[in-house]
Design a protein around this ligand. Structure first.
Ligand SMILES: Cc1cc2nc3c(=O)[nH]c(=O)nc-3n(C[C@H](O)[C@H](O)[C@H](O)COP(=O)(O)OP(=O)(O)OC[C@H]3O[C@@H](n4cnc5c(N)ncnc54)[C@H](O)[C@@H]3O)c2cc1C
Length: 414
């Protein structure tokens, strides 16, 4: 029995599993019985949440059924974009101009704030600021991209439309147009997660792994969490940072899980010089996205399928990897890519591309962070601002924007 979904969060070993400084010391069981806050999940959202909450004023426990950094955060390609998957024009149609602009500006400030936190904490995770280039594809052609760039500029967001000729001259890319922006980043997501968990531990947070939360009861003033070890811990507040293993009772939200694939080349791959300053993605369905790493690998991904189990198919993983490598080489105008790592995983999506960051319906003491899509890291940063503010009794102007999303949702089987 468990309160959250259980699934394989990555098929085959992602690139980051072979990098140093990704392990974190943990206990096998909680040392105490009562905590001010219990965070379930030691991925990037649990790590950023713990680090935000660990200010010495409260006791915090992070608990995970896996080793820290053993979930989706290990599989992430870590394109840390302010530019969210849903274009500003589509989000404006769905939410209205004011709400859509607020989402975009919040994701922009989230990248800035994350960048500050990494610098202030001295977290070594290959963090680099990057520009982004969104190139035309079968979903948005040059006219749609031009209109999108104009809308963004009107809203005060940094965006430059690049036409076909300039795209060819500057970047050697043969597409009809692109949007250039300047506020994103990249990192090693495993080192980043481990770094924030270690920092939270230094500030007094207790980390437990290999123990699962099997049941939860909101008792009014506190939450009781039953563990697979047979223990029960009592929390003033419980926060479920369980990624795509969301709380089963939250299957009522409009939240779907799809499959996605990724590759990494060997280090020192032949690539255009400009790529090291950019995140590159295309406005297509399925889309392709790529970037370089600090040791000169090309990391690319995409080819998403609306099937939560397709990523488990090993033959499909090989086929998808070849397609991604072929498309990436064509877009960059390089020779064939020398693939070193291939991996796949599930990926949570919501109809408007926004995460769900708020209370669990029916409980004021339980919070959840889920949804995420292709901007999981950016949204984890936002969650680590909104939920700690609520716990501290402060208001956050965007609480409703990300949290109050159960209205009108349809219940699906857990
Ligand atoms: C191939 C791929 C590429 C991606 N690329 C990007 C990208 O470029 N940029 C980006 O921003 N995002 C990207 N993402 C998305 C990003 O990886 C996720 O949004 C993010 O890692 C989610 O972090 P998390 O901490 O919420 O979840 P996780 O890292 O999965 O952590 C959740 C943890 O909760 C634990 N848990 C669950 N249930 C329980 C329980 N009952 N008891 C105890 N522990 C429990 C799990 O064991 C797990 O360790 C990508 C995802 C994939 C799969």
């Amino acid at each position: 029995m468990t309160v959250t979904k259980k699934r394989d969060l990555h098929t085959d070993a992602p690139l980051w599993s072979a990098t140093p400084r990704i392990s974190v010391r943990t206990h096998r069981a909680p040392l105490g019985k009562t905590y001010d806050v219990v965070i379930v999940g030691a991925g990037i959202s649990g790590a950023l949440m713990a680090d935000s909450l660990a200010d010495g004023s409260r006791s915090v426990l992070v608990i995970d059924r896996r080793k820290p950094v053993g979930g989706s955060s290990l599989a992430s390609t870590a394109m840390i974009q302010h530019e969210i998957d849903t274009p500003l024009s589509s989000l404006t149609e769905k939410l209205g101009k004011e709400a859509a602009s607020r989402v975009w500006s919040r994701s922009m400030s989230a990248v800035e704030r994350l960048s500050d936190r990494i610098r202030e904490g001295g977290i070594h995770c290959g963090f680099q600021r990057r520009k982004t280039l969104l190139v035309s594809g079968d979903e948005l052609g040059w006219r749609a991209l031009k209109a999108e760039a104009e809308l963004r500029a009107e809203g005060g967001f940094d965006a430059e439309f690049i036409d076909r000729a300039t795209l060819g001259d500057r970047y050697g890319i043969e597409r009809t147009g692109a949007i250039l922006t300047d506020c994103s980043a990249s990192a090693n997501p495993a080192q980043m997660t481990a770094g924030f968990l270690r920092q939270a531990a230094r500030k007094g947070t207790e980390l437990v792994s290999g123990t699962e939360v099997t049941d939860i009861h909101d008792q009014g003033g506190h939450v009781e969490l039953s563990l697979s070890s047979g223990q029960t811990v009592v929390a003033g507040k419980a926060i479920f940072c369980t990624g795509y293993e969301y709380l089963k009772r939250l299957a009522l939200f409009d939240h779907d899980v799809v499959s996605t694939w990724a590759i990494a080349t060997k280090p020192g791959a032949a690539r255009p010089d400009w790529l090291d300053e950019f995140l590159l993605w295309e406005a297509s369905d399925p889309y392709l996205y790529l970037r370089s790493t600090t040791d000169g690998r090309i990391v690319a991904g995409g080819e998403d399928e609306a099937d939560e189990k397709a990523h488990l198919d090993k033959a499909k993983l090989r086929r998808k990897a070849e397609i991604i490598a072929r498309k990436a080489a064509k877009l960059l105008g390089t020779g064939p890519l020398d693939i070193d790592f291939t991996w796949a995983g599930p990926f949570g999506v919501t109809p408007d591309g926004l995460p769900i960051i708020g209370t669990v319906p029916g409980s004021d003491n339980m919070f959840t962070v889920m949804g995420y899509g292709g901007n999981g890291i950016t949204f984890s940063q936002i969650a680590s601002e909104i939920i700690p503010a609520r716990i501290a009794g402060r208001s956050d102007p965007d609480t409703k924007l990300f949290g109050d999303r159960s209205t009108g949702a349809t219940r699906r089987a857990a």
